[in-house]
Design a protein around this ligand. Structure first.
Ligand code: NAD
Length: 367
């Protein structure tokens, strides 16, 4: 089926001198060179990507950068979470130097959250910080990880333990890059999009309910709208609370206290982040119901939407028991010497942070 092109729209993340635009549209990759050249006094451009992603897009990427007449190079990193590591990071630094990178160089993160996190971290510390551009190629990266400037690598002791807050100079979200994304990866993005629907309220949530079928088919118009709205919400939250100093940026953790424990207990390979977040979102809605806040009919809508995009809604569908997940959450709490805090939806569009949850309520929410 042929689709009409998605009109390019721009959103601004307002952070004073660190403000930047997010451009969303189909085919915006073609403008990468033009936008890179607009940054002042650029010496060269170095693209960080993976062999898998490059296998689809090396030609359009090279075409886009050739337009700018800026010298450019490409550096490939491995294609998995294990790439967010010390050896891969230092290899990036050595290659940057080999490419003649200096303080005027611009790094391009061309990939999903893995590429974005490590390339952003490299940009933030190479020569005390060089400019960088995010070109997210997964739905999760377009709606979430490419916005907000959180960068990181993992240590053997845990995920994202070393990182910085370092905003990109702009984000180019090209919807047409999602065409080659496997359904399992699209689904991970859907879970985050449902989260934004719950954060934002009735309008976006109803749009998702009505468009779930088209979303599943990868309809670029629906994907375009969903990426745009999600970017707007994330951009707004980041603008208000860049460094997660208040409860504002915590809103983005809706469903994630459950999800992290589910992922860990399920083994990261068996249960995807999207599946874990989907189950976590319904658990958060049910917990809110048990607290007397969310209406039963709204909880049902959350469950239905999750199922409409073919994600699991209940823990039992992942073969896990509530006790195991609760134990994992308790363990996490002890490790951080803190209390278990949950972001809960009082209703669609109204979130609350609470630590007043009983073990019985937790168990019921996860059943
Ligand atoms: N910085 C943040 O704020 C933030 C937020 C959320 C998640 N993250 C991080 O993001 C990472 C997960 O990111 P992800 O879900 O994008 O996964 P990912 O980067 O591992 O990519 C998933 C898979 O999709 C492939 N892929 C990427 N783009 C493709 C395309 N257009 N066509 C075909 N295949 C493509 C990749 O090669 C990879 O195999 C985690 O490391 C997580 O910690 C960071």
């Amino acid at each position: 089926m042929k689709h009409a092109p998605v009109r390019t729209r721009s959103i601004r993340v307002s952070l004073g001198g660190r403000s930047y635009p997010i451009l969303v549209g189909s085919g915006v990759l073609a403008d990468l060179g033009h936008h890179a050249a607009e940054l002042r006094d650029v010496t060269n451009v170095i693209v960080i990507t993976s062999p898998h992603i490059a296998s689809f897009y090396v030609s359009p990427l090279q075409r886009a950068l050739s337009e700018s007449k800026l010298p450019f190079e490409m550096h490939l990193i491995p294609d998995s979470e294990t790439a967010k590591s010390e050896p891969v990071l230092f290899n990036i630094f050595h290659h940057l130097l080999r490419f003649g990178a200096d303080r005027g160089s611009v790094l391009v993160a061309f990939g999903g959250g893995v590429v974005g996190d490590i390339a952003g971290f490299a940009a933030s510390v190479f020569m005390r910080g060089i400019r960088w551009i995010q070109v997210p190629t997964t739905l999760l990266a377009q709606v979430d990880s490419a916005i907000g400037g959180k960068t990181a690598i993992n240590l053997k002791e845990g995920k994202n333990l070393i990182g910085t807050f370092y905003q990109p100079n702009f984000v180019l979200s090209d919807i047409s890059l999602l065409r080659t994304l496997p359904m399992s990866e699209l689904a991970t993005g859907f879970a985050e999009v449902i989260k934004y629907g719950m954060i934002e309220g009735e309008n976006l949530f109803r749009y998702l309910e009505q468009s779930a079928g088209k979303l599943l088919q990868g309809d670029p118009r629906v994907l375009g709208k969903v990426v745009l709205e999600s970017s707007r919400i994330k951009g707004r939250i980041v603008s208000k609370d860049e460094r997660e100093k208040s409860e504002i940026r915590m809103q983005l953790n809706l469903g994630h206290t459950f999800a992290h424990a589910i992922e860990r207990e399920g083994g990261y390979r068996k249960i995807s982040h999207g599946q874990a977040v989907a189950v976590g979102l319904l658990a958060a809605a049910r917990l809110s119901y048990l607290k007397g806040w969310m209406k039963a009919s709204t909880v049902e809508r959350v469950g239905n939407l999750i199922r409409l995009v073919r994600l699991p809604a209940k823990l039992s569908e992942l073969g896990l028991k509530p006790e195991v997940v609760i134990r994992a959450m308790e363990h996490d709490k002890k490790k951080k010497k803190g209390v278990l805090r949950f972001v809960l939806p009082k209703r669609l569009g109204a979130l609350v942070v609470t630590d007043k949850i009983t073990p019985v309520q937790l168990k019921l929410a996860l059943r």
